[in-house]
Design a protein. Structure first.
Length: 317
């Protein structure tokens, strides 16, 4: 399946999922980067690895690298030999090779002698998940808004005072494109849109302050004053702008993700207790990276082993 616009390809998400599992397995003094670039000790050039783990033991820094393959074919000795050579060239203390399809016996034997640890990542059914990870559903709360009204006041004078919301000369049509550059500074040539005004408002304050979850929309109005050098495009032509009186409807709504729709995986190897991870991801386009995760060893019976995580991009508006 090809990647959608704005989304990582499946192989990249596979790599980052492995990095998240490793990071949460030991959330102490470790730094995980995915991908990462490490300088080769032979050529001096930077070489990319799917992920890296850096930590300290005593006074020494330890470097582990992670390489992943999300393929249907079982991985053979050739890949392991390549990873062993790369591990030595970049000075990694150990390399973790992760496959979605397993390894041949020859690959396992060579890995054991080469400082390469093998892991398998596979999807698991709901009934195979540790009961400590089984929750009925997760709710993501999303801020939502829609422009209710855009009032336009023509420029009058520089002796400005706050206008009443109803004191406008015209209103823009409801179907006005919020991303169209309808405002123009006639002196500088700069142009901007209603969406730019919305972003400007969020830089100055939190328009959602005090708005409760799962309630009816709240209408809030803000005034953007201009000293006469800006025009706005209206159905009747350009107007010399004095004020934009913007009214928006704001609310906070829930997105329900049931357990059966979560991403359920098991991260296993012969030398570790398998790790299970359940990730609930928002399906909203603007919240595609919003994620809640639960992780613990497969056979754990203690809630103290549970690792919970929440990620939301800081630039989401």
């Amino acid at each position: 399946m090809s990647a959608s616009e704005g989304q990582d390809p499946e192989w990249r998400e596979f790599e980052r999922l492995v990095a998240r599992i490793e990071a949460d397995a030991d959330p102490g003094n470790v730094t995980v980067n995915s991908p990462d670039r490490i300088r080769c000790k032979i050529t001096g050039q930077l070489r990319e690895v799917d992920a890296s783990i850096r930590t300290r033991i005593g006074t020494a820094e330890v470097l582990l690298t992670i390489e992943c393959r999300r393929r249907t074919a079982i991985q053979d000795v050739t890949w392991i030999e390549q990873l062993a050579a790369k591990k030595k060239a970049i000075g990694a203390d150990r390399t973790i090779a992760v496959s979605a399809s397993g390894f041949t016996d020859s690959a396992r034997k060579v890995a054991e002698q080469s400082g390469v640890s093998l892991r398998e990542l596979s999807e698991i059914a709901s009934e195979d998940v540790n009961s400590l990870l089984q929750v009925d559903f997760v709710l993501f709360w999303h801020k939502a808004c829609v422009i209710s009204r855009v009032g336009i006041r023509k420029f009058r004078s520089l002796d400005w005072k706050m206008p009443e919301p109803s004191d406008v000369d015209c209103t823009l049509p409801e179907d006005t494109d919020p991303f169209a550059s309808i405002f123009r500074n006639e002196e500088t040539g700069a142009a901007w849109s209603l969406n730019d005004l919305w972003l400007q408002l969020q830089e100055a304050t939190d328009p959602f302050e005090g708005i409760e979850k799962a309630q009816s929309p709240v209408f809030r109005t803000v005034c953007f004053p201009y000293p006469g050098e800006v025009t706005v495009t209206t159905p009747d032509g350009p107007v010399r702008l004095g004020d934009v009186i913007l009214t928006v409807a704001l609310w906070v709504e829930a997105e329900h993700i049931p357990f059966d729709e979560a991403n359920r995986v098991e991260y296993s190897s012969g030398d570790i207790d398998a790790i299970q991870r359940v990730e609930f991801s928002s399906q909203r386009r603007m919240g595609k990276n919003q994620r809640i995760s639960l992780q613990l060893p497969k056979h754990s019976e203690s809630i103290r082993d549970l690792r919970a995580g929440f990620f939301q991009p800081s630039n989401e508006k």
